[in-house]
Design a protein. Structure first.
Length: 258
C-alpha cells in the first residue's frame, strides 16, 4: 500500500494507474470514490489520485487547512513525478491551482469544476454558496446530523436519488465527521483568485447546469475575474458523467506536437 510520509507524522495514501502524460486528481472531501473517472483516463494517461489526510486510508489526523493540503499534494507530486494537468474538484480546486501557480514544474495546467476559487461570500458567488445564512445552516447541520449534511452538500452531484444515497453512505464511511467539518470550514474561507489569475490560459473551468450550490451564474461571475482562463460548458455534472470530464482532461493533457 503506497503511503507518503509527512514531517508531522501523517501518512497520505495514494494510487497510480495507467501510463502516458500525467493527470493528478485533487478530489473534494465530499465527493467520494472517483473510480469511473480513473477507469476512463487510465488507458491513455498516468493517473495519480490520493486521499486527503484525515480521510480514507490516510492518517486520521489534521490539520484540514488549505495550506497543509497544498503542501501534502506538492510532496506527493515530487514523489510520483510531474503531471500535465491537475484536476481540482470542489475544494480540491484550491490545491490544484495553488500547486500549479507555485510549482509549474510539477503541474503545467489545471482543470477545475464544482465550486468557486474565491471566497463563498458576496458578489463572487451566486446560488446557495453565496448565502451566509445557508452556509451557516449547513455547517450546523454537518455538526448535528452528519449524513443529512452530506446529502445537502452533494445536492446536484448525483444522477438520481439512489446514486445520491449510495454516495452519502460511501462518504460517511471514509470521511470522519471531524474532517468534514474542518475541510468545509476551510473551503468556505479559502480564496485562490490571485493564483488563478496568474495561471491565465493554463486554467480551464468546467461549468455545468443543475448545481444549486454553484449555478451557471456563479461561473459567469468567475469569468469576470478570470479573463485569461478557458471556460467550457458541459451538459451534466462531471462526476455523474465522468466521460465528460475525461474528454476534457484527455484533450487538455495531450502532448504538444512538434
Amino acid at each position: 500500500m503506497p503511503l507518503l510520509a509527512r514531517p508531522d507524522g501523517a501518512e497520505i495514501y495514494w494510487e497510480e494507474a495507467g501510463d502516458g502524460p500525467g493527470v493528478l486528481i485533487c478530489n473534494t472531501f465530499n465527493l467520494g470514490p472517483v473510480g469511473d473517472l480513473v477507469e476512463r483516463l487510465a488507458p491513455e494517461r498516468r493517473v495519480v489520485l490520493y486521499e486527503q489526510r484525515g480521510t480514507g486510508r490516510s492518517s486520521k489526523q489534521g490539520p484540514y487547512d488549505i495550506d497543509t493540503g497544498v503542501a501534502d499534494v506538492e510532496a506527493l507530486v515530487e514523489e510520483t513525478g510531474p503531471v500535465e494537468v491537475a484536476f481540482g474538484i470542489g475544494d480540491g480546486g484550491h490545491r490544484a491551482v495553488r500547486l500549479a501557480d507555485a510549482r509549474p514544474d510539477l503541474a503545467d495546467r489545471v482543470v477545475f469544476t464544482s465550486g468557486t476559487l474565491g471566497g463563498f461570500r458576496g458578489e463572487r458567488v451566486a446560488g446557495y454558496a453565496g448565502s451566509t445564512g445557508v452556509l451557516s445552516a449547513l455547517m450546523s447541520l454537518v455538526r448535528r446530523d452528519y449524513r443529512s449534511g452530506l446529502r445537502q452538500m452533494m445536492m446536484g452531484s448525483a444522477a438520481d436519488s439512489a446514486q445520491e444515497r449510495q454516495r452519502v453512505e460511501e462518504l460517511a464511511a471514509i470521511v470522519p465527521q471531524e474532517a468534514a467539518v474542518g475541510y468545509l470550514d476551510a473551503w468556505i474561507g479559502a480564496d485562490s483568485l490571485d493564483a488563478s489569475r496568474r495561471l491565465g490560459e493554463r486554467l480551464t473551468v468546467l461549468a455545468y447546469p443543475g448545481n444549486a450550490w454553484f449555478p451557471l451564474e456563479s461561473y459567469e461571475e468567475l469569468r469576470d475575474h478570470l479573463t485569461g482562463a478557458c471556460f467550457e460548458l458541459v451538459e451534466d455534472g462531471p462526476m455523474s458523467r465522468p466521460d465528460l470530464a475525461a474528454d476534457v482532461l484527455l484533450r487538455v493533457s495531450a502532448p504538444t506536437k512538434g
